[in-house]
Design a binder for this molecule. Structure first.
Ligand SMILES: Nc1ncnc2c1ncn2[C@@H]1O[C@H](COP(=O)(O)OP(=O)(O)OP(=O)(O)O)[C@@H](O)[C@H]1O
Ligand SMILES: [Mg+2]
Length: 377
């Protein structure tokens, strides 16, 4: 890999953000050197505010370096040649909210002047690849965070780029989606793509990257091959198949005889990600099995119904006990009282109907008063 062609070269790169008056505000990147080689996945790691996005913006030619040099395909990042061979997934994708997946991808394909036939096929392939077939006709504004990430990735691949920059590709995705995206990144590598992956999720980088560098406060603090950097030279790890208690005892006594300290001896602990994905897969299979048996029962019942007329009632009862048929209650539309302009104008004066209702009350009161006064007289 070390002899491979350099797709990106960053030499003594500095970026200082300045305020309106040209005064120094933030030193985002300081004396950064690294390269990305053809066919590899290179990770740019670092905590929040380390300068990862700034570096990517410099690679894309969206920002000018304060000092230093960046080349992509041996050319300036601003050249059309390098831009046409590059795909970019930003930290947050800003796609048109009132377009659906199909329209959005077609729009970007047109920007790259793809011929209609290729355009249509590419859009379909990408939608399928990122798992958005069911949502292809839905507005992007209705997408969940994970779905928005997926359409962003599809958009980054629309021009079938040789070099792809992914800024936090798995942010907002659930572990299942994260795994899928990581597999997709590995698949892209198999197809000969070169990838720069920027993330602060260590497991993402560990699972897919060949090499990485760590930025801290704009400075590169380490760089290298992932296997070399993560290898602990002071310890050995042997993973073997399961063994019985007797063999374990013999092995433990061998270590003791050799004077070797054993830090961990027992069943291999799997990663939480693997365990989680296994559980989800199991639950999904069980769910599908349940759905299938429900469907099978329904199909059997409806088939039997066709064959034997005499059993129709029993079978219907069976279906009803399994799945009570809920009859929707008839909806009675409540009519809003008609409001007439005249009524509104007469609001102050009581309506004639109201008067009629009030009059008998008045009569009672009057007679009561009269009887009372007569009595007094
Ligand atoms: N437009 C800007 N103007 C001024 N300062 C900026 C600007 N953009 C970024 N910075 C500063 O530059 C430094 C690096 O920011 P950057 O966005 O590159 O970090 P990051 O590594 O991508 O972080 P995160 O993991 O949070 O995305 C930060 O201190 C940030 O505040
Ligand atoms: Mg960032």
């Amino acid at each position: 890999m070390s002899n491979a062609k350099k797709i990106v070269e960053v030499i003594k790169l500095h970026k200082v953000y300045k305020d309106f008056w040209g005064r120094e505000k933030v030193r985002a990147v300081t004396n950064l050197n690294f390269d990305v080689r053809q066919g590899e996945i290179f990770g740019l790691l670092g905590p929040n505010g380390a300068g990862k996005t700034t570096t990517i913006k410099l690679l894309l030619g969206l920002l000018f370096p304060s000092h230093g040099k960046v080349t992509i395909f041996n050319q300036s990042p601003r050249s059309i040649f390098s831009k046409s061979r590059l795909g970019f997934l930003p930290e947050e994708s800003y796609l048109y909210p009132y377009q659906n997946a199909e329209e959005a991808l077609t729009f970007y394909a047109k920007l790259f002047n793809l011929p209609p036939k290729i355009r249509k096929k590419r859009v379909n392939d990408l939608i399928e690849m990122v798992g958005l077939e069911k949502a292809r006709k839905r507005f992007i504004k209705e997408y969940s965070k994970g779905m928005a990430r997926r359409i962003g990735i599809a958009q980054a691949l629309i021009n079938d780029p040789e070099f792809i920059i992914l800024d936090e590709p798995t942010s907002g995705l659930d572990p299942l989606g994260t795994r899928e995206i990581k597999d997709l990144i590995l698949e892209l590598k198999k197809h000969g793509k070169t990838i720069l992956l920027c993330s602060h999720l260590l497991s993402d980088v560990e699972d897919v990257c060949d090499r990485f560098c760590i930025l801290y406060s704009g400075h590169k603090i380490c760089e290298g091959d992932i296997d070399t950097l993560l290898a602990n030279e002071d310890m050995m790890q042997v993973t073997s198949e399961k063994m019985d208690a007797d063999r374990q005892k013999r092995l433990a006594s061998w270590f003791a005889k050799e004077g070797l300290e054993v830090y961990n001896f027992g069943n291999k602990r799997q990663r939480l990600e693997t365990f989680f994905l296994q559980q989800i897969e199991k639950a999904r299979e069980e769910h599908m099995e349940q759905q299938k048996s429900k469907r099978e029962l329904k199909e059997f019942v409806s088939e039997a119904k066709k064959d034997t007329k005499g059993q129709e009632n029993i079978l219907e009862q069976l279906v009803k006990t399994n799945e009570p048929e809920e009859k929707p209650e008839p909806v009675v539309e409540e009519k809003a009282p008609e409001v007439k302009v005249e009524d509104l104008l007469k609001k102050e004066a009581p309506a004639p109907e109201q008067k009629q209702q009030q009059e008998p009350k008045k009569e009672v009161d009057q007679s009561l008063i009269e009887s009372l006064t007569n009595k007094k007289k």
